[in-house]
Design a protein around this ligand. Structure first.
Ligand code: NAD
Length: 312
């Protein structure tokens, strides 16, 4: 507490630029809708995205519903397969095989997590690589790691698009990716390497995370721990991409309410970073936009169409 009569001065007046994922995703989807319209009129191909939803998980249901709505809004076809939580591995694989063969389906996503009796990796790897729009299969993972190509996982791809827009050339930048999951951390690190960044991956066994963070020009947080990364861990002027989505309970006049927060302590980080994504409204919207983009690219590739010809 300040002594009575002492002057209160704000610790800092600096405010980072907000990286508006929602606005950027709207632009990506609008451009995509134009390209889809051209694809349909010129080539009679309507991109189709099929989602498989197993069980009744409420968060998964919301994600699949949002993906379906945005797919249709972009002019593409949306297919949905709902299976009970008790589905067997072989039944699920049979559904995947059917979608692999369906020429109206260009992209397949299996909403994760899957129930315990299912071998998640086996299901992901059963998706035909050219229809694996999440980019999680072993083939696409290998293509990204070894050749810097293939179907790129949507969340890291969204982060990269935001970085390119707000930072520009990433070459030589010191990038720290916190988190080493197969769906975010590892592919993110591969993408940054492809962009010629000097990449460090931190994880739960990293000894001094704060010190690692302080060295980074670009900081990607994909951890799943609310507000773990504090403002004074961040290098002044750094670009911070917060992938984390955490539900916490906060007090309100009408009793505790749920709030979404990231892995970065936004209120302190915003006074240090050069640019930062908010949660919500940062990475999340770009993830779905990139899923639609991958589906469009997949539809073009499966029909031997050069996507470059459709951007005008
Ligand atoms: P995960 O649980 O698979 O991986 C978390 C990673 O964080 C692990 O590699 C672990 O080593 C690391 N970690 C855990 N504790 C740590 C600590 N104290 N210090 C340093 N590293 C630590 O999670 P994930 O699937 O990669 O997702 C990460 C977060 O991103 C979650 O909050 C998830 O909800 C969110 N997410 C958001 C989107 C989106 O579209 N915005 C997409 C995917 C995931």
């Amino acid at each position: 507490m300040p002594e009575s009569g002492s002057k209160m001065t704000p610790a800092t007046t600096h405010q980072a630029r907000l990286i508006d994922g929602r606005a950027m995703a709207m632009r990506v989807r609008a451009e995509l809708a134009r390209q889809v319209a051209t694809l349909i009129t010129r080539h009679r191909v309507t991109p189709g995205l099929a989602a498989i939803l197993v069980g009744e998980d409420p968060a998964s249901q919301i994600y699949v519903r949002n993906k379906g709505r945005q797919t249709r809004e972009a002019g593409m076809q949306s297919f949905e397969t709902r299976l009970p939580a008790t589905v067997s591995q072989s039944d699920l694989l049979e559904h995947v095989a059917r979608l692999n063969e369906d020429p109206a389906v260009h992209g397949i996503l299996v909403q994760l997590p899957l129930p315990r009796q299912i071998d998640e990796l086996a299901v992901i790897d059963a998706i035909a690589p050219q229809k694996d729009v999440d980019g999680f299969s072993i083939i696409n993972t290998g293509l990204l790691a070894a050749r810097g190509m293939g179907m790129i996982p949507c969340t890291p791809l969204g982060c990269l698009l935001m970085l390119k827009e707000y930072v520009g050339d990433l070459s030589g930048q010191r990038a720290l990716v916190v988190g080493r999951s197969n769906i975010v951390g590892k592919p993110m690190a591969q993408l940054l390497l492809r962009e010629n960044c000097t990449v460090t991956i931190a994880h739960s066994r990293t000894r001094d995370l704060a010190e690692e963070c302080r060295r980074a020009d670009i900081l990607i947080a994909a951890i799943g721990k609310p507000r773990l990364i504090k403002g004074d861990w961040i290098r002044p002027g750094a670009t911070v991409i917060d992938v984390g989505i955490n539900r916490i309970s906060v007090p309100s006049p009408n009793g505790p309410r749920e709030k979404l927060v990231g892995d970065v302590d936004f209120d302190t980080a915003v006074h240090v970073a050069g640019a930062i994504t908010p949660v919500p409204g940062g990475v999340g919207p770009m993830t779905i936009a990139c899923l639609l983009r991958n589906t469009f690219t997949a539809a073009c590739a499966q029909n031997g169409i050069d996507t470059g010809q459709l951007s005008a």
